[in-house]
Structure formats: C-alpha cells, structure tokens
Design a protein around this ligand. Structure first.
Ligand code: NAP
Length: 302
C-alpha cells in the first residue's frame, strides 16, 4: 500500500514555505517539493523594504531566512519537481521524475517565471548579455552601459540597482508613465545616470556573440534608435508556472489559477497560494498570507 500524505506543497517560495510552517504546527504529514532553489523569486530581488518587520533586507537574505525558519522547525524541502498530476480522485497523485506522491490535499504554490519579450535576438543572446535577473548578473556590467525593459516595480528596482555599478542605464518603457510604485519612481528619477526611453518598444537585440545593441522604436514618432549597450535586463512581468498541471485545475485567460477566497481551486482538496493564483496584489506579504490561509482550510477539510 502506497503512503498517503495529508498534504503535498508544490513550490518553496514564500507561499509554500509559509504553508509548510503552518502545516508543521498543525502536525500534518506533508512534503514540500521544489524545482529550483527554495526561497522563490524574492531571491532575485535586490532589496525588500515593504515586508512588515523587515526594515530593509536583500531579497536573497530574506529568502534564506525564510528557508532557515522552515528548516529549523523541521521542514524538509525536497528537490523533486512535479511533472504530472492527477486530481481526478479523492487521493491525488503527483508524479515527479523519480517518485509518485499520493496525498489527500495539495497546495499549488509554484509561482511565476519571467516573461519573455519575444524579439529575435532575445533567445539567441540569452546568457550572453540578455538577462532576467539584475541582482544575479548585474556585477558583470561594472562601468558599462546597460538597458532595462519594463515599467513595473521590478524594472524600476533593477534600474536603480544597476545605476550603482553601471556607467549608464536606459529604462525602456512602452508607455508614457510607469506602473511602478511612486516611491521607487522618485528614487529612480533622481539618478543622473538613468535615462528613460518613453513610449518605446524593443524591435530587436543584436550582437555577434554578445549583446552590442538594442533597437527601439518610439510608438509616437516612429523614430528608430540604435542604443549601444553591453547588457539588457528584461523586467516585463511574469507568467504562471502551470505547465505540469495540464488541464487539471481551472485557469483564467492568462493561465493564473482561479480560487475561491479560501484559496480552493475548482477541485476539492486542491488549493493554490501565492503568485500562481488570480489576485490583485502579488507581493511577499500576500503570498505568505495565502500559505497560512490554505493550511488553515486544509486542516478543516481533513
Ligand atoms: P508588472 O507589475 O506586471 O509590470 C510589468 C511591466 O512590464 C509593465 O510596466 C508592463 O507595461 C511591461 N510589459 C509587460 N509586457 C511587456 C512587453 N511585452 N513589452 C514591453 N513591456 C511589457 O511586473 P513586475 O514589475 O515584474 O512585478 C510583478 C509583481 O511583483 C507586481 O505585483 C509587483 O508589484 C511585485 N513586486 C513588488 C516589489 C515591491 O513591492 N518591492 C518588488 C518587485 C515586484 P505596462 O505598464 O504598459 O503594462
């Protein structure tokens, strides 16, 4: 007879780790499976200043603290990502490359991955000047000219971070106003070596073996510019990590998981927490809150 867990948590970002802490305290029999490194996307954030109780900490430090907190309570994070799931029966099945897990309940907390621009040079030069993580790769561009694409919190934070080490940073944004929170915008506008290219779309990224230029077009004037750069950081949002779910749970048109307010999906016993689900505010605080709510509901369900 196969072992049947009370709960399997998919993903060890803030939502999954928070769920794990609550599951541990509720003495559930559970595992937490992770695809990459535990800690989630915050590990790629250079500074977090809006998470209560944390004045200012690098994303990596906060991620490490969260992982350590869970591990200190006895949570074991298993590096064994789900490849397939079957939620059709009361006992749910999760298949990984090496294992099959059986469980009464599931929390899907697999988060989201950086969205691609989709221009020609992007995939060819990915890792050769095209990056999706300023905090990981920024140091490679000391005293060089770089570009950041996007207008949200991530792009503006990246521009501020890169301005500290690069000689110049272009922020390329497709509209005439930024989506980022005002305090970040103000900080960036004060920086003498950040230049915003408004109403601009990236036509292509070029270079022989490494990024040398980004070609942008102004949507208003139709003027095309060729900016000489050494690196380009794409910060245009995220797409949900739902490929392994196939059609097992209901998604919205953007492929985010639809839940009720108690975080249950359309399948009884299957919950979604954190960035993966349809929500208005994707932040650490809302992810952590989701993890707690989902486990609270699961303890009632069980
Ligand atoms: P976001 O808020 O969705 O912003 C994405 C930006 O990229 C938008 O400005 C969007 O332009 C632009 N964009 C989208 N697709 C594009 C395309 N194909 N070509 C060019 N530009 C494109 O995403 P994010 O900045 O990655 O942030 C994700 C979430 O994490 C947000 O909820 C954010 O608040 C949160 N976050 C919070 C913090 C913090 O609070 N410290 C830090 C980082 C992230 P438009 O504006 O025209 O749509």
């Amino acid at each position: 007879m196969e072992h049947v867990y009370d709960l399997v948590i998919l993903g060890a970002g803030p939502a999954g780790l928070s769920a794990a802490i609550y599951a541990k305290r509720a003495m559930l029999d559970f595992v937490i499976l992770e695809k990459w490194l535990p800690g989630g996307e915050i590990a790629n954030t250079f500074e977090v200043e809006n998470y209560l109780g944390v004045n200012r900490l690098s994303g990596m430090e906060l991620a490490n603290n969260m992982v350590k907190h869970a591990e200190d309570l006895g949570v074991k994070i298993i590096s064994d990502p789900a490849e397939n799931v079957d939620f059709s029966k009361d006992i749910k099945k999760i298949v990984t490359e090496t294992n099959t897990y059986y469980t009464k309940t599931v929390i899907i907390a697999s988060g989201a991955s950086p969205r691609k621009l989709g221009v020609k040079g992007e995939s060819r030069l990915s890792g050769s000047g095209v990056s999706y993580c300023a905090t990981c790769d920024g140091f490679l561009y000391k005293n060089k000219v770089v570009a950041v694409v996007g207008g949200g919190d991530v792009a503006v934070e990246d521009a501020i971070y890169l301005s500290r080490m690069c000689s110049k940073v272009y922020l390329i944004h497709r509209r005439d106003e930024l989506r980022a929170v005002k305090s970040l915008q103000e900080r960036m506008f004060k920086l003498p070596n950040v230049e915003v290219k408004w109403n601009s779309i990236v036509e292509d990224i070029t270079g022989e073996n490494f990024v040398e230029n980004v070609i942008i077009k102004n949507k208003e004037t139709q003027v095309i510019e060729n900016l000489a750069i050494s690196g380009i950081f794409i910060g245009i949002g995220h797409s949900p990590n739902v490929d392994f779910l196939k059609d097992e749970v209901k998604l919205d048109e953007g492929s985010w998981i639809i839940t009720d307010e108690l975080l249950q999906t359309n399948i009884k016993g299957v919950y979604a927490a954190g960035d993966i689900r349809v929500k208005n505010l994707r932040q650490i605080v809302t992810a952590v809150s989701d993890g707690a709510i989902a486990v609270n509901e699961i303890t009632k369900y069980l």
